[in-house]
Design a protein around this ligand. Structure first.
Ligand code: GCU
Length: 578
């Protein structure tokens, strides 16, 4: 079997790399009982002679659009969780001195990739990119790619067996064939050097371990052009003075053209620079206190019941957050597609990005830990040059326990070894009102290791008010910044009245609950931000009430039909006045 050169993420791909798109229609075959390997569905087999027969065909059957989840593309696939084989013929030419890289922006949930009948690579994790150098597999002329995609949930996966969003399946993000020279820029990380506002720290790795290769970094708008030379591992590390640097912030989302040249490779990007730290209980952005006026949303277009996958979809979600008055977003609960991340950066939204380590994780499983490290590495590798990302979050609503504490502590240390230019957070649902002391408290040894604590608290919904909101006191990690990373309740757009009846599912109840929560938040001395749950109603198998929910979690401030609920106006007013 040919060697496959694997790497996590060809830096700045696919946006700043030449190549051809493999997006479009892919003939596909549902493989409910996973017979595809036995039947050799990784080939485009046709019957030969009079006696042989082939019991599958990619012609005349299912055709799936890529990018996009399969669930919304065919009524028979709506709740499908299983295996589907995707296939495509494409033309290629072999070029001396060039390499061809097959790049997937995201496949949900796991897949194996075959080219011209040969196994090339595999990947697990719906929300991070992967690629493979397929130079040795490409044929001159016609090539046949087959991808076995499987979105079945599993106990040792991340996320595991159940989570409060729909488990869309498919090649949900873009696929590209990228063309790079023999020696290319494989990885790059540019950021401010240890909170200095005039020095850029540069780490670049080439694909070859060759010493003394000149690597030229240019920022033309700053009249900066610096040549660094690789060491024996093919890496350069250095600092570049940039006195006139304007820092990126929600108010001034400044991005710069940067170019990196090495040998025949030349890669260009637009990136920004900002400095985010914690000082006591404050989040400090570029030297000034920052209040996270956030909102969460899933990577979903609820109006069309499908995963978001295009620049237009990114505008729908991000523009709705901007319209609410946000200066930040929590991308729940996984790294969302790059259109969303990059557009939010252009528009000046600070981002909390997280891996989908959501509730019921198998913390005692070594394999699960390796998956978590891979997820964190792939998220950070993909987005470490996105200045809009201020927070890496490594878990959501996990409960204190020896194996969970050890797992998360090790994962946090690993994350910090990859990037210390951002804050590390997690979201917890273990802050409780304790009657004996008449205040909210939280016991969680691991949480104390983080820079910022996220608190998911559903007062008035999953927990009833013990006393009027204005009288409630908080004493939760008083030495750290607290972001209320989730609060809210369900309301079905158009249902009104009964503002004191939770089971009314009314907009008036949701409006009153928002007002009460915002009142209570005034009493949190170390409050550094809020991020209501959630911007839009979203699909989830958890939400089984046929009248009030219809498979939608209705905590959205905007319904699945795009209707703003009364609570939307409460949040908009709050963000305008704070
Ligand atoms: C949790 C969880 C969310 C979920 C929400 C809810 O806090 O983090 O993913 O959707 O509660 O119950 O609506």
């Amino acid at each position: 079997m040919k060697a496959v050169l694997l790497f996590f993420a060809l830096i700045f791909a696919p946006f700043s790399r030449e190549g051809i798109s493999l997006d479009g229609e892919w003939p596909a075959i549902m493989d409910q009982y996973d017979k595809g390997i036995d039947k050799k569905m990784f080939t485009d087999a046709k019957p030969a002679g009079k006696t042989s027969f082939v019991e599958f065909s990619y012609e005349g059957g299912l055709r799936l659009k890529v990018p996009g989840d399969w669930n919304h593309q065919d009524a028979s696939l709506w709740w499908y969780e299983g295996t589907i084989w995707y296939s495509k013929h494409f033309m290629a030419t072999k070029k001396a001195g060039r390499r061809t890289v097959l790049y997937f922006s995201g496949v949900s949930q796991r897949c194996e990739v075959y080219l011209n009948g040969e196994y090339v690579t595999e990947h697990e994790g719906a929300f991070t990119p992967f690629e493979a150098d397929i130079t040795e597999f490409i044929q001159e002329g016609d090539n046949f790619i087959a991808v076995r995609v499987d979105n079945k949930r599993s106990k040792e996966a991340i996320p595991a067996m159940s989570f409060d969003w729909w488990n869309y399946g498919g090649i949900t993000r873009n696929v590209m064939l990228l063309d790079v020279p023999e020696v290319y820029v494989k990885d790059a990380f540019l950021r401010l050097d240890d909170h200095s506002h005039e020095t850029i720290k540069v780490d670049i790795e080439l694909s070859e371990k060759t010493e003394g290769v000149p690597v030229i970094v240019s920022l033309p708008e700053l009249k900066v052009r610096k040549t660094l030379y690789t060491d024996s591992s093919g890496r350069v590390s250095g600092c570049i003075k940039a006195r006139k640097l304007s820092l990126w912030s929600p108010e001034t989302p400044v991005l710069y053209d940067i170019t990196i040249e090495a040998g025949e490779d030349r890669v260009s990007e637009r990136i920004g620079f900002r400095d985010i730290t914690v000082e006591g209980t404050k989040i400090i952005l570029n030297g000034k206190p920052f209040f996270f006026k956030g909102i969460s949303f899933h990577e979903e277009i609820p109006m069309e019941r499908r995963r978001a996958c295009s620049p237009e979809d990114a505008h729908v979600l991000v523009d709705a957050a901007i319209g609410l008055g946000c200066n930040a977003i929590r991308l729940a609960h996984y790294p969302q597609n790059e259109y969303i991340v990059r557009y939010a950066e252009e528009k000046g939204l600070l981002i909390w990005e997280e891996i989908p380590l959501w509730q019921g994780i198998d913390f005692s499983n070594e394999e699960t830990y390796r998956k978590a490290e891979t997820y964190l590495n792939e998220m950070i590798t993909r987005d470490k040059n996105r200045c809009s990302i201020g927070f890496w979050s490594i878990s959501n609503e996990t409960r204190p326990a020896p194996d969970r504490d050890a797992f998360l502590s090790q994962l946090l240390a690993y994350g910090r070894s990859l990037d210390h230019s951002r804050l590390f957070a997690s979201a917890f649902d273990v802050a409780y009102y304790i009657p004996e002391v008449d205040e909210f408290r939280m016991e969680d040894a691991f949480a104390g290791e983080l820079d910022v604590i996220g608190i998911n608290k559903y007062m008035g919904w999953y927990a009833s008010w013990p006393k009027p909101a204005s009288e409630l006191k908080w004493n939760v990690f008083m030495d750290k910044p607290l972001i209320i990373s989730e609060f809210g309740c369900e309301a079905k757009a158009g249902v009104t009245g009964h503002s004191d009846v939770a089971s009314s599912w009314s907009e008036d109840y949701q409006e009153a609950l928002y007002r009460d929560n915002l009142t209570m938040f005034e009493n949190i001395p170390n409050l550094a931000g809020v991020s209501p749950w959630i911007l839009f109603d979203f699909l989830s198998p958890y939400r089984q009430h046929p009248v009030n929910q219809g498979w939608f979690n209705r905590k959205g401030l905007i319904s699945d039909k795009g209707e703003k609920k009364k609570a939307w106006y409460v949040m908009n007013e709050y963000y305008k006045n704070n």
